[in-house]
Design a protein around this ligand. Structure first.
Ligand SMILES: Cc1cc2nc3c(=O)[nH]c(=O)nc-3n(C[C@H](O)[C@H](O)[C@H](O)COP(=O)(O)OP(=O)(O)OC[C@H]3O[C@@H](n4cnc5c(N)ncnc54)[C@H](O)[C@@H]3O)c2cc1C
Length: 375
């Protein structure tokens, strides 16, 4: 048994858990963070060097306050750590009106005070001659769209959490926990630790670890990097045509000078324990086909690939809040493939739940909306 009792143990130190550890330590809590691997790594949802971080949202205008807050917090963290966390690339979102993702993106911008321009197909082609954009398509330009630097961001969250007193241990898998009258005993492969409360931010592995059946499915996703000639380009999305509910294809320039591109499918469901970096037939061809069609200047021979996973929740929203059966356990999972840019704000929401602060605007994320525990 460990000598020290903690206020909070954070299980999983990806972007969500590292951010939670940062916020809790900043509130004066004694914090222990544990991770099975050593983030940043390739065994979860944050694999790869970058994540697109735009101000618009395809999830609806109710995300705008979280978008504002997360950018404020990233800026604060960058200033505190003296690190560059977001590259201001600008973002182009191309699509046909009537396409679900495109319409929601435009609607979210229309109801916000974020800066943006809507360009018809011809104007967009003149402005972004490296992208193939059809006459009937429209492009939305966000000058303040950014690309988040995954490694720098996770390292900054963790270094700030440590500076504020948190203890973060990696390479130590949590096996489960027991609730006692006075708190929680966390069992790992190396020992036991006690705390008043725990926060479970293990990404796609949440159901496995918590013995819950939260209604999310884990989708396997492939990112590919290509040689890029010339200066960095803005990040770009190509929405699927009207009638499709698949996520847009997207890409961005990376700090290495390469171009990252991905063509998300839907329904590549996997068991998170089966995630591997091995490619499957068709993985690359699917990306190359869209790349050749949309960005013909990019050499379609890949330099590297990354396989990772995101969790798609039945109703399209994250799962953030108190465990329905225990006020000592706070859950953060169901990232919906858009959790990196929000990590700074999600950590704050999770810290609020630890403190028992309820915020009406975050109630749509509460696990209690659909949890049924396993018998
Ligand atoms: C291909 C792809 C593209 C994406 N693109 C974007 C994008 O452009 N913009 C954006 O905002 N978001 C994007 N996302 C989503 C974003 O990457 C995720 O939302 C984010 O990584 C979720 O972070 P997390 O901390 O919840 O999970 P993870 O990053 O998976 O971290 C969970 C951590 O828990 C640890 N863990 C698991 N089990 C245990 C255990 N038993 N004990 C201890 N530790 C454990 C893991 O080792 C891991 O470090 C994308 C995701 C994918 C897969």
């Amino acid at each position: 048994m460990s000598e020290q009792h903690y206020d909070v143990i954070v299980i999983g130190l990806g972007p969500w858990g590292s951010s939670t550890a940062w916020h809790l330590a900043a509130r004066g809590k004694t914090v222990l963070g544990l991770d099975r691997f050593a983030p940043p790594h390739m065994h979860g949802s944050h694999g790869g060097a970058t994540r697109l971080a735009r101000q618009s949202s395809s999830a609806g205008a109710q995300y705008t306050p979280f978008t504002k807050r997360t950018f404020e917090l990233w800026d604060e963290l960058a200033a505190k750590t003296g690190t560059r966390l977001l590259e201001r690339s600008g973002t182009v979102f191309v699509g046909e009106p009537g396409s679900m993702w495109f319409d929601k993106t435009v609607a979210s911008l229309g109801s916000s005070d974020f800066e943006y321009d809507v360009l018809d197909g011809k104007t967009a082609r003149e402005r972004f001659p490296w992208a193939r954009i059809a006459d009937e398509e429209v492009a939305v330009w966000e000058p303040n769209g950014t690309v988040a630097l995954v490694h720098a961001a996770i390292e900054a969250l963790q270094s700030e959490a440590r500076r504020l007193g948190a203890t973060l241990r990696t390479g130590e898998s949590v096996l489960g926990w027991d609730e006692t009258a006075s708190g929680i005993v966390v069992n790992t492969e190396r020992g036991k630790y006690t705390a008043d409360k725990i926060v479970v931010t293990v990404g796609a592995r949440a159901n496995h670890l918590m013995q819950l059946e939260l209604p999310y499915k884990v989708d396997r996703q492939v990112l590919a990097n290509f040689r890029q000639v010339g200066p960095p380009k803005p990040a770009i999305y190509f929405a699927k045509p009207p009638g499709s509910d698949e996520a847009p294809s997207y890409g961005c320039s990376e700090p290495s000078g390469e171009w990252k591109f991905s063509v998300p499918g839907k329904g590549n469901w996997i068991d998170p324990e089966d995630l591997s970096q091995d490619l499957r037939p068709g993985d690359l061809e699917r990306i190359q086909d869209v790349l050749r069609d949309r960005l013909p200047e990019i050499d379609p021979n890949p330099v590297s690939t990354t396989v990772c996973m995101w969790s798609e929740v039945e109703d399209g929203h994250w799962v953030i809040g108190e465990h329905p059966e225990s006020s000592k356990v706070v859950i953060g999972t169901g990232d919906m493939g858009r959790g990196f840019r929000y990590a700074a704000a999600v950590g704050e929401m999770l810290a609020d739940h630890v403190d028992g602060v309820s915020r009406p605007e975050t109630s749509l994320f509460l696990p209690s909306r659909f949890v049924t525990a396993k018998a």
